[in-house]
Design a protein around this ligand. Sequence first.
Ligand code: NAD
Ligand code: ZN
Ligand code: ZN
Length: 390
Amino acid sequence: MRANCWMGRNSVKVEEVPEPTIMNARDAIVRITSTAVCGSDLHLVDGYIPTMKKGDVLGHEFMGDVVEVGREVRNLRIGDRVVVPFPISCGRCGACERGLYSVCENSNPNAGLAEHLFGHSPAGIFGYSHLLGGYAGGQAEYARVPFADVGPIKIEDDLPDEKVLFLSDIFPTAWMGAEMCEIRGGETIAVWGAGPVGQLAVRSAYLMGAERVICIDRFPYRLQLARDRAGAEIINYEETDVLEALNEMTAGRGPDACIDAVGSEAHHPSGPLHAYDRSKQAVRLETDRPVALREAIMSCRNGGIVSVIGAYGGFVDKFPMGSLMNRSLTLRSGQCHVQRYTRPLLDRIRRGEIDPSFVITHRMRLDEAPQAYDIFKHKQDECVKVVLTV
Ligand code: NAD
Ligand code: ZN
Ligand code: ZN
């Protein structure tokens, strides 16, 4: 079958690879119909997540039709149409029982590797390095889905792929980012990053009752989408000082909660801290550039919440711990516990409360994956989100 493979830093290629087969009684094989490229894939392609191997199949946002099931998978039948969550979760361990699916204790066969870096291992993730399980991903014609009795959600009505595909990742991720802000109604929320995750975080915060949502980025076309389609107020950080602007907008107090939807490869508008991060990262003394995270912490109102859904891989420098501690901030984060959100969010899509497909700007074929990565990474052609049909 054809699959999009990681071939080294800044290189992906559609290759012929062996088709997956059932390996465990709880596996299913899915014939993929639609898959997407995520901001998290860029961290792999840019070489910031260790333990990728040449030929690894990429992709963790996918959906399709079940073509084979293991003997213990009783909830799915051949022909069912499913969306597959990106974390691989057993559904039975202590973490899964508490709804913490992305830290499942049973799905990372390379847990020992992850323990070296993180202390304890999180769940395995499709197409996301050997550190996180070495599972083949979903930018392919077929995928093996472990614990298929837990993760995949059946789509029983005729909603098109584009409306439900993002239940695999970016919609629940954005939703969790907003949920961690403990919105009760009337709050002001700031979102760093107007990428697909940031856009959906803006919409999620409004759906939860936020009064104002402010989105920060530097690409005018992404900010315009956040304003026009998600309803955000916008700040272009290349034109305006973010801390000052947020203070002005909130009577000097700062937003009630701040969402980092940027992650470890944040861009910095030059200056000494930029040079510091770039040079330390270049010699691998700092793995991540926490530019947006620092700003989110400094901007948040006293006693507020900083919600981190942007992905980080290792260690950060110049972390404003003093600001966090002295101002009683709460820091929350996580890879999304997708399985917790798929059902309620599918219901919201079905009721027409939200259509996450508004972020799609590019529709391409799996064979065009290398070009899709290029366009998405370099924000060419006003790209926000690419969906690949298979
Ligand atoms: P993306 O790369 O399209 O979007 C990131 C946006 O951040 C870009 O528009 C960029 O211009 C902006 N940005 C960069 N530096 C900035 C700064 N200093 N201030 C404000 N904005 C800045 O990616 P995406 O698909 O939207 O994903 C966003 C992040 O979410 C990534 O780190 C991704 O890995 C992560 N993610 C996490 C989860 C999870 O489960 N926690 C799931 C999906 C994605
Ligand atoms: Zn993702
Ligand atoms: Zn588990």
